[in-house]
Design a binder for this molecule. Sequence first.
Ligand SMILES: Nc1ncnc2c1ncn2[C@@H]1O[C@H](COP(=O)(O)OP(=O)(O)OP(=O)(O)O)[C@@H](O)[C@H]1O
Ligand SMILES: Nc1nc2c(c(=O)[nH]1)N=C(CO)CN2
Length: 168
Amino acid sequence: MKAVLALGSNLGRRFQTLQGAVDALFDAPGLDYIAVSPVYETDPVGGPDDQRPYLNAIVIADTTVDAYTLLERAQSIETAFGRVREERWGPRTLDVDLIAVGDLVCGDDPQLTLPHPRAHERAFVLVPWSQVDPDAEIPGHGPIQTLLDGLDQQGVRLRGDLKLQGPA
Ligand SMILES: Nc1ncnc2c1ncn2[C@@H]1O[C@H](COP(=O)(O)OP(=O)(O)OP(=O)(O)O)[C@@H](O)[C@H]1O
Ligand SMILES: Nc1nc2c(c(=O)[nH]1)N=C(CO)CN2
């Protein structure tokens, strides 16, 4: 099954944090690399006005792990990178969201909604995603290219590439 994860950081050493998160994701069993997008700097959406810009990237993995276990992994990586849950949409060292897991649709559990309920309206998700899987679709919302055409993409700027660890 294909899993799409979104990484974001707007506190601390943002680029190193995203790199560490990618390393941690692929260090764990049951997740095989398909693609990692370039890193984009993006203006904060929602939350307090005085936040720093984010660095955002998308990771696509082939997985045998079920969606709830993936969410637990994502949250434990957030915690390992010093994420403290304070105000909604407030600044964070690391955010790892599950955007889509295969074509699973699960809308009745606040602990895990799939596809991610706000992914279709977020240029900071759709721009990097479209770079690594231009033909992707969000179940219930359609092709990401069509969604992007209807969105303001200003404030999303290319910043660089993450590295993938070679075989040990
Ligand atoms: N697809 C999903 N990916 C990640 N978390 C999810 C998802 N669906 C529901 N959640 C739940 O949302 C809760 C809040 O997540 P989090 O604090 O990362 O939200 P946020 O990143 O601030 O905002 P947003 O949900 O708008 O991205 C988590 O505890 C998690 O259980
Ligand atoms: N630019 C940007 N804005 C956000 C982001 C993010 O990753 N990038 N994440 C949020 C909560 O998930 C809220 N706002």
